[in-house]
Write a protein that binds this ligand. Structure first.
Ligand code: CP
Length: 360
């Protein structure tokens, strides 16, 4: 993963590509993606570490256009008609899998869903053979989740179309980070994260959501804090100490310092299924020391935005009343996932069709 990346030249915008005030040309999403002049150049979406601020702005602007589509009486456009999208998940999911499926259908793509447990994977077929088989069956785009970090990179090596990472091991969850960014921009005054104190609280060690959010939130100027028990912060301290130029990242076990005047708090799920023994004395002790409660939130800004990527362990990392507090945007995160994933499918389809093929 790289911290410093070049900004691409702004693409010229044709009459069908409105240009918002920030200069990023946004596609007209009713039309096929290959007809649009936009600066997206990535064939795959494997992580967000290489996305420039201008590319993040393009995803946000395209998501705005998709949100407008979703507000129509018939929330559908023909943009991906004739495109075959296969969704291959080797791990459980509700939000990511369903929202990618809804997003692809809203774009008029043909969608196939494969649950690894009921596929030939259960007979010992390798990931590479599975991906080759999916391509032979006509897939143009592959959305995949895998328990092994890096698995989507292997798939991208052998797949002729576009691969979108729906979460790989502890490594990355790019579409989640982008929907988190979109949700925050829609909620924070002025729609900007510049200088805002954002706290990611909890099991960062096992969290692909935290790792991807480090890149997007700091790229947009947030003052990012990662907080939890020391055993669940391993690796992040070194990351913060190295410090990518211009990015603000603090890692601490001091929850009082982290929550003080916070503008945003994102609680992370305690990932019991990935937890080796002895990382935590007990869930009860974790909840007592790091659980996000109303009382703890009093240290934060009065207008603090509360987030959680889901699924939640209520009463462990977040109290049930905090999850439904008016300051919580947890439901909006889920809803925004559809528009963000529509934008990603659209942009990647355009890069593939336009020959702007470059790994991301
Ligand atoms: N946030 C998230 O990835 O949720 P799912 O596991 O339900 O997809």
């Amino acid at each position: 993963m790289t911290g410093e990346v070049d900004r691409p030249e702004a693409a010229s915008s044709g009459p069908s590509s409105p240009v918002p005030a920030d200069g990023a040309a946004v596609p007209t999403v009713d039309a096929p993606p290959e007809t649009q002049a936009v600066s997206w150049r990535h064939r795959h979406l494997l992580d967000v570490d290489a996305l420039t601020r201008a590319e993040l702005e393009l995803v946000m602007g395209t998501t705005d256009a998709m949100t407008e589509v979703l507000a129509r009486p018939i929330p559908k456009v023909p943009a991906l008609r004739g495109t075959a999208v296969t969704i291959l998940f080797y791990e459980a999911s509700t939000r990511t899998r369903v929202s990618f499926e809804v997003a692809a259908k809203n774009l008029s793509a043909d969608v196939v869903n494969i649950a690894a447990a009921s596929s030939s994977v259960s007979k010992g077929e390798s990931l590479v053979d599975t991906v080759r088989t999916i391509e032979a069956l006509g897939a143009d785009m592959l959305v995949m989740r895998h328990s092994a970090s890096g698995a989507p990179y292997l798939a991208a090596d052998v797949f002729g179309g576009s691969v979108l990472n729906g979460g790989d091991g502890w490594h990355a969850h790019p579409s989640q980070a982008l929907l988190d960014l979109y949700t925050l921009r829609s909620r924070l005054p002025g729609g900007s994260l510049e200088g805002r104190k954002v706290v990611i609280l909890g099991d960062a060690l096992h969290s692909r959501v935290a790792r991807s959010n480090v890149w997007t939130l700091t790229a947009m100027g947030a003052d990012l804090w990662i907080c939890g028990p020391a055993t669940l912060l391993r690796g992040f301290e070194g990351w913060a100490a190295r410090g990518a130029a211009g990015r603000r990242l603090t890692v601490t076990s001091d929850i009082g310092a982290a929550l003080k005047d916070a503008d945003v708090v994102m609680a992370l799920r305690i990932q019991k299924e990935r937890m080796a023994s002895a990382l935590l004395p007990s869930l009860r002790e974790y909840a007592a020391r790091y659980g996000l409660t109303r009382e703890r939130l009093r240290a934060a800004s009065p207008d603090v935005v509360v987030m959680h990527p889901g699924p939640m362990n209520e009463g462990v990392e977040i109290a049930a009343d905090v999850a439904v507090d008016p300051r919580s945007v947890i439901t909006q995160q889920v809803t925004n996932g559809v528009a963000v994933r529509m934008a990603l499918l659209y942009l990647l389809a355009g890069a593939r069709a336009g020959g702007r093929e470059r790994g991301a």
